[in-house]
Design a binder for this molecule. Structure first.
Ligand code: NAG
Ligand code: NAG
Ligand code: NAG
Ligand code: NAG
Length: 245
C-alpha cells in the first residue's frame, strides 16, 4: 500500500516537468570537503541574523562536523533577516542560551531532503532539537505540487526558495522563523492565588484582653486536638497569658 502510494507520487512527480526545475544546481565548482553552510548563507545575503545565531550557538560548527562525519546529509530552513525583524520585539533576547541553541537546531533536519523527497516524508519530522528533547519539537512538512509548507504548531510557513542543494546539503529559505512549540507554545499557567489560610478567630476572639493574637493563633491548633471548645478557650487564655510573660 505504502509502496503503491510512493509509486503514485513518483509518477505524479515525473509527469510534472516543472518539478525538477525548482532545484537550482550548485554553480560553484565543488570545493574539497563538505559544503560550508555559513559561506552559502553569506553569499545569499539577507541572512545576517541567522548566521549570527548559527555562530554564537555553535550550531554552525556542529552542522559542519555532522556533514563531514555522516552520510545522511542535512536540510536547513533558513529564515531571512526580515523574518526575524517581524517577530515581536525582544523575542530573541527573552530566550536563554539553551533555548537559542534549540531554536537554531529546530531549523535543521539531520538528513538531506530534496523538494521532491518532502512529498513522502512522515510527520512529525525529527529536527536536531529533537535529538535532545524527544517529541517536544514537532515539525510538520506538507507538500502540494512544488509548494512545501512547514508547520510547528505555532507558525505555518512556506519554503520560498532553494538557496542551495547538492546531494549532501539542502538550504531552503522559509518566510518565517520556525518557533518551536516547547519554547513558545504554552505560556506558563498563571499561578492561582493560594487559598487564604483559615484563621482561628475563635481562639483570638476569646483571648479577651490579650494583645498578642499571634500567641493565641499558634496555640489554638494544639488546643483543638485534645480539648472541647470551652476547655480550649480557657487553656488558650492561660497559655496566651503565659506567652505574654
Ligand atoms: C573530516 O573528517 C575527517 C575524519 O573523519 C577529518 O580528518 C577532517 O579533518 C574533517 N574535515 C573537516 C573539514 O572537518
Ligand atoms: C500551504 O499553505 C497555504 C497557505 O499558506 C495553503 O493555501 C495550502 O493549502 C497549504 N498546502 C499544504 C499542502 O498544506
Ligand atoms: C503534525 O502531523 C501529525 C501527524 O500527521 C499530527 O498528529 C500533528 O497534529 C501535526 N502537527 C502540526 C503542528 O501540524
Ligand atoms: C496553521 O495551519 C493549520 C491548518 O493547516 C491551522 O489549523 C492553524 O490555525 C494554522 N496556524 C496558524 C498560526 O496560522
Amino acid at each position: 500500500m505504502k509502496l503503491l502510494f510512493s509509486l503514485f507520487l513518483l509518477l505524479l512527480f515525473l509527469s510534472h516537468p516543472t518539478a525538477t526545475q525548482s532545484q537550482s544546481p550548485a554553480q560553484a565548482p565543488a570545493p574539497p570537503g563538505p559544503p560550508d553552510l555559513i559561506k552559502i548563507l553569506q553569499k545569499a545575503s539577507q541572512f545576517t541574523v541567522f548566521i549570527k545565531l548559527l555562530t554564537t550557538t555553535q550550531v554552525g560548527s556542529q552542522i559542519k562536523g555532522q556533514l563531514n562525519n555522516s552520510n545522511d546529509g542535512m536540510t536547513v530552513f533558513a529564515p531571512p533577516d526580515n523574518a526575524f525583524s517581524s517577530l515581536p520585539a525582544g523575542t530573541l533576547n527573552s530566550l536563554t542560551d539553551e533555548q537559542k541553541v534549540e531554536l537554531v537546531q529546530f531549523h535543521v533536519i539531520p538528513s538531506f531532503f530534496s523538494i521532491s523527497q518532502f512529498q513522502t516524508v512522515s510527520n512529525p519530522v525529527r529536527t536536531q532539537a529533537g535529538d535532545t528533547r524527544n517529541g517536544k519539537f514537532p515539525l510538520n512538512v506538507t507538500t502540494s505540487g512544488n509548494q512545501v509548507n512547514v508547520s510547528t504548531g505555532i507558525v505555518n510557513t512556506t519554503v520560498d526558495n532553494t538557496i542551495y542543494s547538492d546531494s549532501q546539503l539542502a538550504v531552503y529559505q522559509v518566510d518565517k522563523v520556525l518557533l518551536p512549540l516547547s519554547i513558545f507554545g504554552s505560556p506558563s499557567p498563571a499561578t492561582a492565588p493560594a487559598p487564604a489560610t483559615e484563621k482561628k478567630k475563635k481562639a483570638t476572639a476569646a483571648d479577651g484582653g490579650g494583645t498578642s493574637s499571634d500567641g493565641g493563633d499558634a496555640s489554638g491548633g494544639v488546643c483543638l486536638s485534645s480539648y472541647s471548645v470551652h476547655a480550649m478557650v480557657v487553656l488558650c487564655s492561660v497559655i496566651g497569658g503565659f506567652v505574654l510573660l
